[in-house]
Write a protein that binds this ligand. Structure first.
Ligand code: HEC
Ligand code: HEC
Length: 553
């Protein structure tokens, strides 16, 4: 009997006996798990101030309600679109990734990206889950995150190497797509973290994290976790990795089976049928990769396979790391716990539903290559077979604490989901080409945040422009938001900028970096801002963007 059939028997015939259960993830000897480190890591993971715009935390792209992946990939597909290998949007190789930050420089000024303009740039792959990532030896779809031996901040060799999970943390804060300005270094990141009030952008913080933070600074929290106040890159990596090691999704119905309950008492008849197809090499043949037979703990094998989602050359996958031809287009098999919550699926987010995924396997994949895995072949499942596999992937593999964001999957609230995000008002006034200039303001109006950028796009290139700031829009009438006005000057300030970049109608852009008040007395006061562009094509010679209203908090 081969090993897969052994697994089948283990579960179906011998069930009712305890099987191997989900163990805690491995912990490297140089980073023992402590409650203080876990709490510090949780604070950093959910702190949007880790990004230079104050708009992106690790959690922005890794939310419990999306099973540890990015809910925006599904809820805001337009903003999550990456052009894929051909560099063109809305073609067959597009990727459904995660929005990060607008392209910007060290001063906070935005730079117009050829593809995204001033909108958030998007990652080239879908965000995999962080929940259970601590079990993998190689992280990322291509497994490229492995141990680090050099301190990224000092360039000096580390006393002992950082493990893959720690190493992964070192990427996003200095990525100019995900969290940082172009050229951001780890010294910039640690200096910023040392200066901000931990989780200042979160209106609610769950216990025990709230008591741990309790008005302390990051250096004080680092002292609690590491014994001294230095905020360093390896320490940030160790704290965040420690937090990730506590995200163990072991309350699924399947865990009751592993603990010894009878399969048919835990699963419905349809889920049970789905399980049989999932295991059976002559039906679904899923366990070959989604489980290292006979283990059915993770539903992944931590290995890399080309399965024909897209042509193997489009995203080289594991090949980029190993250079071995058999790895071309190969991705790491995703673990399937909580997969129900993580739509859309695959490294490019191509399939919206689990039904689409199982149909993909049923037809034997969509593309071929010499290294395509032999298990990816026509399965001849009828619709009820497909439905049964999907039923097994849903409830039985889902830990209800994840979607409900219950401990340990609870989290601080995020600025990006709050009512503090600046609101656009009015309609603006069109200029040359009939175009209304676009105002972009996404950063937190947080007292003490240093600066806040307000950008302008889609105006008349080369034209003079200014940003009008006012504490009110009524009754002074400044700014007026809609119908054309010559702004009255009372009670308002101008921010003048050099003539707009770009040429011709619709191509003009700039951005203004506004100083942010630091006195607590500013809290609760309001600011309105609106761009005006001297544009001969506008009725009355000024085109105007919509206005933005914000309340300092
Ligand atoms: C802008 C979105 C974004 C942000 C911000 C972000 N990630 Fe990710 N994360 C991704 C994407 C996309 C990948 C997959 C990249 C790849 O495979 O090439 C990923 C991969 C990972 C993985 C690997 C999971 C696995 O199973 O291989 C971990 C762990 C992770 N991120 C943790 C973090 C941490 C910690 C932070 C903050 C320091 C962070 N992420 C910030 C989008 C993001
Ligand atoms: C040859 C190994 C292999 C086999 C067999 C296999 N898978 Fe997969 N599976 C993978 C890999 C690799 C991916 C990721 C591919 C990618 O993103 O390009 C994947 C992705 C998935 C996903 C999407 C997960 C996510 O987070 O996006 C689901 C669901 C899934 N497989 C279920 C199944 C089911 C059900 C079967 C059996 C019908 C099956 N797999 C058979 C290797 C395999």
């Amino acid at each position: 009997m081969n090993h897969r059939l052994t697994a089948l028997c283990a579960v179906l015939a011998l069930s009712g006996r305890a099987l191997a259960q989900l163990p805690p993830p491995p912990v490297p000897a140089n980073n023992p798990l402590t409650p203080e480190k876990v709490l510090l890591g949780k604070a950093i993971f959910w702190d949007e101030q880790l990004s230079s715009t104050g708009t992106v935390s690790c959690g922005t792209c890794h939310m419990p309600e999306a099973g540890g992946s990015d809910p925006r990939t599904r809820l805001d597909p337009e903003a999550s679109l990456h052009p894929g290998a051909d560099g063109l949007l809305r073609t067959a190789d597009d990727v459904h990734g995660s929005p990060g930050v607008p392209a910007h420089d060290v001063s906070g000024a935005y730079q117009r990206d050829p593809l995204y303009g001033f909108h958030r740039q998007v990652t080239g792959r879908k965000a995999p889950t962080v929940i259970g990532a601590a079990y993998s030896r190689h992280l990322f779809w291509d497994g490229r995150a492995e141990e680090t031996t050099v301190d990224p901040e000092t360039g000096q060799p580390l006393p002992s190497p950082l493990a893959a999970l720690e190493t992964q943390v070192l990427g996003p804060p200095v990525s100019s797509v995900e969290m940082g300005f172009g050229g951001r270094t780890w010294s910039d990141v640690t200096a910023r973290l040392a200066a901000v009030a931990p989780l200042a952008l979160s209106d609610t913080i769950p216990e025990p994290l709230a008591s741990f933070v309790a008005g302390r600074s990051y250096p004080e929290l680092f002292t609690l976790a590491f014994g001294s106040p230095e905020v360093t890159a390896p320490r940030i990596a160790m704290a965040v990795a420690s937090y990730e090691r506590t995200l163990i999704p072991d309350h699924t119905p399947w865990d009751s089976v592993l603990a010894g309950q009878f399969v048919d008492q835990v699963l419905t008849p349809e889920e049970h049928l789905g399980l049989q197809f999932f295991l059976d090499p002559s039906r679904g043949d899923c366990l070959t990769c989604h489980g290292r037979p006979p283990s059915m703990i993770h539903f992944g094998d931590d290995r890399f396979h080309y399965i024909g989602v897209r042509p193997a050359t489009e995203d080289p996958g594991r090949f980029a790391v190993t250079g071995r031809p058999q790895d071309l287009g190969a991705m790491r098999t995703p673990r399937l716990r909580n997969v129900e919550l993580r739509a859309p699926y695959m490294r490019d987010g191509r399939f919206n539903t689990l039904e689409e995924v199982v149909e993909f396997y049923n037809r034997g994949g969509d593309f071929d290559a010499p290294n395509k895995h032999p298990s990816i072949r026509q399965l001849n499942l009828d619709p009820s077979g497909v439905a049964a596999i999907v039923a097994f992937l849903r409830r039985p593999l889902t830990d209800p604490r994840v979607a409900a964001a219950l401990p340990p999957f609870d989290r601080p609230s995020q600025y990006a989901d709050s009512t503090h995000v600046p609101q656009l008002l009015g309609t603006g006034t069109p200029g040359s080409g009939g175009l209304v200039p676009e105002l972009i303001a996404i950063e937190p109006p947080k007292v003490g945040a240093g600066h806040l950028t307000v950008a302008l796009d889609g105006a008349l290139g080369g034209a003079p422009a200014f940003l009008l700031l006012s504490a009110s829009h009524d009754p002074l009438g400044v700014p007026r938001f809609g119908a054309l006005v010559y702004p009255t000057l009372a009670g308002s300030t101008f921010v003048s900028v050099p003539a707009l970049q770009g040429q011709g109608p619709g191509d003009g852009w700039t951005s203004a970096v506004l100083p942010v008040p630091s006195a607590p007395t500013a809290i609760g006061t309001q600011l309105y801002a609106q761009w005006f562009v001297l544009d001969p094509g506008a009725q009355g010679r000024f085109s105007a963007s919509r206005a933005v209203g914000l309340t300092w908090y």
